[in-house]
Structure formats: C-alpha cells, structure tokens
Design a binder for this molecule. Structure first.
Ligand code: SF4
Length: 288
C-alpha cells in the first residue's frame, strides 16, 4: 500500500458532450436493435470505448458510403454542412450529436463571416472540430483562416491588414495561452479585433482545477489518449506548473516514477473513461 497523498481532480474524465454522445449512441441501439447504427469518425479517442460500441453493434465508419441504410451519427466534433447532406443523400437517418458548445462556435464563426469580419479560428487546421467550424464559415466568406501560432498566421498578414475588422473564435479545447498569443499578434496588424472566447466551460474548469491541484502536488498524472487534443493540452499546461506525466492507461505506470513523491494529483481528459482512471488510481494506491 502506498502512503502517498493521492488526489483526483473533480473535473476528470468524460465531459458532458462526450457523455451525451456515448449514452445516446447506446440508447439508439437499444431502441433500434434491428437497425444498422454507424458513427462517422471515432466517437472519442479511446479504443476500449470504440471496441465496446462495436461489440454492441455500433460501427465506426470513416467515410460516408454512396448508399446506406440505418442511422448515421455525427459525433460531438460536428461536421461540414456538405457532410450532413451526403449522409442524408446516401439514405441514412441522421442523428446529430454535435456538442452544443461546438455548435455555438460554428454559429459565432458564421455570424462573423456574414458580418464581413476576416475570421480567424484558433486551432489546429487538421482537427475535425476546426475543419467543421471552418467549413460552416466558408459558406459565407472567402476570408476564414486557421492557426495557433504567429508562423501559421503570418502568410495571411497582408489580407488581414487590408480588411477593416477581424473576428476571432477558438476551438473548444484550446489553451487560453494560444488564444492570447494569436490575439496579441492580430492586435499588431489589424485595425479592429473582436474576440469570442469559445473555449468550452468544461475545458476551462478542467484546466483551472488541474492547475490548482498541481500547485499542491509533487507529481501530476494526466490520463488519456495521446491523440486527444484536450488531454495533450492539459499535460502541456501542467508541465509548466509541476512535474507531470501523461499516460494512456495504468500499463504505463512504474514504481520509479513515484520515488520520493509525497503528493500526487490525478486528472484526465474529456475522452478518458472512468474505468481507466480508476485502474490508474488503484495501481498507485497499491504501490504499483
Ligand atoms: S470538450 Fe467541451 S465542447 Fe468538446 S464535447 Fe466536451 S463539453 Fe463539448
């Protein structure tokens, strides 16, 4: 048994958007046992959950086939409007589980585009949520760009300078430091900058609480997929606060990591199932 202090963050694991998506997918299968149920793209970055859904008959697909039948779910990241059309035209019943917080970002980006703002989306260009936000705004303006760094935005500097006003939205799980960096840069080149801080409440609370926990911990353990943007951001933030390790699950734990450590804080990304977190806690409590 370990004699260390182990504290789990209150906002660790599934956020409400992910919870809603997983529970609704399962409920749809229960209510429609004879129908094919598909999810377009991985519902969350967790192989165990994807496998569990497969075993229930809920299949993950990565492209919309030309023809299909049954239900096709749009996951919490959202999709481009043309993908919604494609799903319907293929013959599927569409169930839209885009997180309401993601919908809000899409809506803000659309409004900015409609009101002649040069739209800057703070996020990684290849993140599915960002691609969907951009695709929505692209329908209303040819001036929509994506970036998290000055280097990524510099190529658009002349276009931004020649535009009267710039509007900013941010992908829901980004770090506030990336938003600040982009805004500081835009302030040096744009005439007017309107900022919508669209980092979701769940992410903001998770990051804030994890920082507080880190301030009283000798070691922070971040649990979750290395493919998950929000988990990786959490680890990046905490590395600036205290010693931090990012693990996918309990198999990556070993005794050496905990030598001379008294206070351990544990947190997890929005796509990390409770069972994975519990295994990590139990292993640490058991002295590994
Ligand atoms: S991280 Fe935020 S925006 Fe993304 S699914 Fe969860 S609650 Fe929704």
């Amino acid at each position: 048994m370990s004699n260390q202090n182990i504290k789990l963050a209150k906002f660790a694991g599934f956020c409400y958007g992910v919870k809603r998506a997983v529970e609704t997918a399962k409920k749809l299968k229960q209510e429609n046992p004879d129908k094919n149920i598909y999810i377009l793209g991985e519902l969350i970055h967790n192989t165990d959950v994807i496998n569990e859904l497969e075993s229930l008959g809920i299949k993950t697909i990565h492209e919309v086939p030309e023809k299909g039948e049954g239900i096709c779910i749009v996951r919490s990241h959202g999709e481009a409007p043309e993908v919604f059309e494609k799903i319907k035209n293929a013959g599927f019943e569409l169930v839209d589980l885009t997180c309401p917080d993601v919908k809000k970002v899409q809506q803000k980006a659309i409004e900015l585009a409609q009101n002649d703002y040069f739209v800057v989306i703070v996020g990684k260009p290849n993140h599915p949520e960002v691609m969907a936000i951009k695709a929505n705004a692209d329908l209303y303006s040819a001036n929509v760009v994506v970036g998290t760094t000055i280097e990524e935005l510099e190529p658009f500097a002349d276009r931004i300078k020649s535009h009267k006003k710039v509007g900013v939205v941010v992908q829901t799980t980004q770090m506030v430091s990336s938003l600040n960096l982009v805004v500081s840069y835009l302030n040096t080149i744009a005439k007017e900058v309107l900022i919508h801080n669209t980092i979701c409440q769940s992410t903001a609370m998770r990051q804030k609480e994890a920082r507080e926990l880190a301030s009283e911990s000798d070691l922070m353990v971040v649990v979750g997929s290395k493919k998950s943007a929000n988990t990786t951001h959490l680890a990046e933030i905490l590395k600036n606060c205290t010693r931090t390790i990012h693990i996918e699950n309990d198999s990556e734990l070993n005794k050496d990591l905990f030598e001379n450590i008294k206070n351990i804080g544990i947190t997890a990304g929005a796509s990390t199932p409770q069972v994975v977190i519990d295994k990590v806690i139990n292993k640490i409590k058991g002295g590994i």
